[in-house]
Design a protein around this ligand. Structure first.
Ligand code: ATP
Length: 205
């Protein structure tokens, strides 16, 4: 098995790259999805969040009221740390379980938007960063996602700098060209990953 942590700034093209890698045969673990699953209604994770933050972060139907929780942790690093202390271990445990369920010899790609921000690079055999200059990020977020320029700049500013993300990369996918060029680059990256997997020898799970 080869584990890959894939990251990139908002709108850089992570989902597109993950989809292409899945088409080549990668097993995908989506951290955002896992983070939602571990606080779904009825989970111990949601109970722990409600115990820490009170009933005000629950919607009337008992599910997590994300905007209410975001209001509480936004601009309060201590509350955010308390939330992360609950959620991060649960996410790590579930992601590890999904990874161990993958067949031997798989390339398992973890789609982790906040990999650099949360210092998670060491958890993976290979870190792939999808990279675009900020002007392109801004253009895609405003033109293709309908965000205002202010909103797009705000979201980008809340994330790691491009340089900090590139600093943890083993492989960089520059997504400045067409979608066809991106597909060609991902095919190359897939061959590289398969090569790294092969280099580990047949006995390595
Ligand atoms: P988020 O951080 O919001 O999850 P993301 O990094 O997963 O975003 P994508 O959703 O893959 O990014 O891409 C953002 C937008 O840019 C999408 O609308 C996608 O179709 C488009 N896009 C991605 N790559 C290219 C490209 N090379 N050329 C043109 N459009 C692209």
């Amino acid at each position: 098995m080869l584990t890959v942590g894939l990251t990139g700034g908002i709108g850089a093209g992570k989902s597109t790259v993950v989809r292409l890698l899945a088409e080549h045969g990668a097993v995908v673990v989506d951290a955002d999805l896992v983070a939602r699953e571990v606080v779904a209604p009825g989970t111990p994770g949601l109970a722990a969040v409600a115990a820490e933050f009170g009933g005000a972060v629950l919607a009337p139907d008992g599910s997590l009221d994300r905007p209410a929780l975001a209001d509480v942790v936004f601009r309060d690093p201590e509350r955010l740390a308390a939330l992360n202390a609950i959620v991060h271990p649960l996410v790590a445990e579930r992601a590890a379980a999904l990874q161990s369920a993958a067949p031997a010899g798989s390339v398992v790609v973890h789609d982790v938007p906040l990999l650099a921000e949360n210092g998670l690079a060491d958890r993976y055999d290979v870190v792939v960063v999808v990279d675009v200059p900020e002007e392109i990020q801004l253009d895609r977020l405003t033109r293709l996602r309908g965000m205002s320029e202010e909103e797009a700049r705000g979201r980008m500013a809340a994330q790691a700098d491009r340089a900090d993300r590139l600093a943890v990369a083993d492989v960089v996918v520059r997504n400045t060209g067409s979608t066809g060029e991106l597909a060609a680059r991902v095919a190359q990256v897939w061959r590289d990953l398969i090569g790294r997997l092969g280099a580990r020898g047949p006995d390595h799970r």
